[in-house]
Design a protein around this ligand. Structure first.
Ligand code: NAD
Length: 340
């Protein structure tokens, strides 16, 4: 914990619901920690613990580069048969409430509107969508990813001619389908996939994208590959297959290992750091709590275009991949604000 700068890591076990969970607070040096609850079928407590640490630290990096005066936190629930979801989310809600506002939580993989209802019944420190909340979160993330893609293409080509661009979107969930629709609207040719083929085919049709079978999307020649499904998808095998010039999207932790950023750079592929381009929901949720306002889509696009451009300029100046530059820049800013 001290080496990586964590402030608090809590293990939870509730006999009543069968809940096993971890909450990690990485940084509250300038404001509360923000991060959703991930419910996933982890193979072990160790795997869940490693994930909550990795995710909460990434949230701090996301905050500093997005200019959000808060830090990173996260909660993970070990999903397993017999887990009583209603009681489990209520229990975790009481724990979050007990933290007194040091940690604000919200949606993530596995935490849907029902779960958010249960959390809200127990704590004030949760981000909900809806008219009386910060606004749609998936829409904010998709807008940020769109702004990142536009800034990346401008960096590569000097301008963006959408009608000449082919973009592959991997994953057509809440974020991916909104991003695909937006790209179609500006005139790009969009190819999309989803591991749920029936759902993916219908969604692609609805947004005006061409559907391809999952896993074939990696081999398609394109300008942009936009990961909007799960993390860990850029590794030795996929990097050899990818034929994109730019990779930018919404999925968290797309690099299997940081050295894969170097491998992509060697192959001439520009990868934008995910924690820069997918900060839209964080900006909306955090500023709703901190400043009591609904952040507009335009503001999200402006902020993320600015942080992407900053990282790309530094990367060009230093001759290092953007993923490494962004990580070092974020860590230097975190260290500086902790000294203040
Ligand atoms: P989601 O669960 O709504 O959608 C994910 C979609 O990806 C699903 O339709 C799923 O079937 C599909 N999928 C899973 N594995 C796949 C694969 N191997 N190939 C193709 N499709 C696959 O999630 P979401 O809210 O759209 O988020 C997408 C990603 O963006 C996640 O990694 C999430 O952590 C990240 N993210 C989301 C937000 C947000 O505001 N929702 C914010 C930041 C980051």
């Amino acid at each position: 914990m001290s080496r990586e700068g964590f402030e608090e890591v809590v293990g939870l076990h509730d006999r009543n619901s069968g809940l096993r969970a971890f909450i990690a607070i990485h940084d509250t040096s300038v404001g509360p920690a923000f991060g959703g609850i991930r419910r996933w079928g982890y193979l072990s407590e160790r795997a869940a613990l490693m994930d909550v640490l990795r995710l909460s630290r990434a949230m701090t990096r996301k905050c500093v580069l997005a200019g959000v005066p808060g830090g990173g936190g996260k909660a993970v629930i070990l999903d397993e048969p017999g887990l009583d979801l209603e009681k489990a989310y209520r229990y975790i809600g009481r724990c979050v409430e007990g933290m007194g506002g040091r940690f604000y939580t919200g949606p993530d993989v596995g935490t849907d509107d029902d779960a958010l209802d249960r959390l809200s019944a127990e704590t004030r420190f949760v981000t909900r969508t809806g008219d009386d909340g910060p606004g749609e979160l998936g829409e904010a993330t998709a807008a940020g990813a769109f702004a990142g893609i536009r800034a990346g293409l401008e960096h590569l080509d000097g301008e963006v001619d959408w009608s000449a661009r082919r973009i592959v979107v991997q994953g057509l969930g809440g974020v991916g389908q909104r991003l695909a629709r937006r790209l179609v609207e500006v005139g790009a040719s969009v190819v999309a996939t989803d591991i749920d083929v029936e759902y993916g085919r219908a969604t692609a049709k609805a947004v005006g994208a061409e559907f391809v079978e999952p896993s074939t999307e990696v081999d398609l020649p394109c300008d942009v590959f936009a990961p909007c499904a799960l993390g860990g998808i850029l590794h030795d095998v996929t990097i050899e297959r990818l034929q994109a010039r730019l990779i930018a999207g919404a999925a968290n932790n797309v690099l299997a290992k940081i050295h894969h950023a170097d491998k992509l750079a060697e192959r001439g592929v520009l990868l934008l750091p995910d924690f820069v381009t997918n900060a839209g929901a964080l900006i909306r949720g955090a500023l709703w709590h901190l400043e009591g306002r609904q952040v507009s889509i335009e503001e999200i696009e402006t902020r993320i275009a600015a942080s992407t451009t900053e990282v790309l300029s530094l990367s060009a100046a230093e001759g290092r991949p953007p993923a490494r530059v962004a990580r070092d820049l974020a860590d230097a800013r975190i260290a500086a604000r902790r000294k203040r």
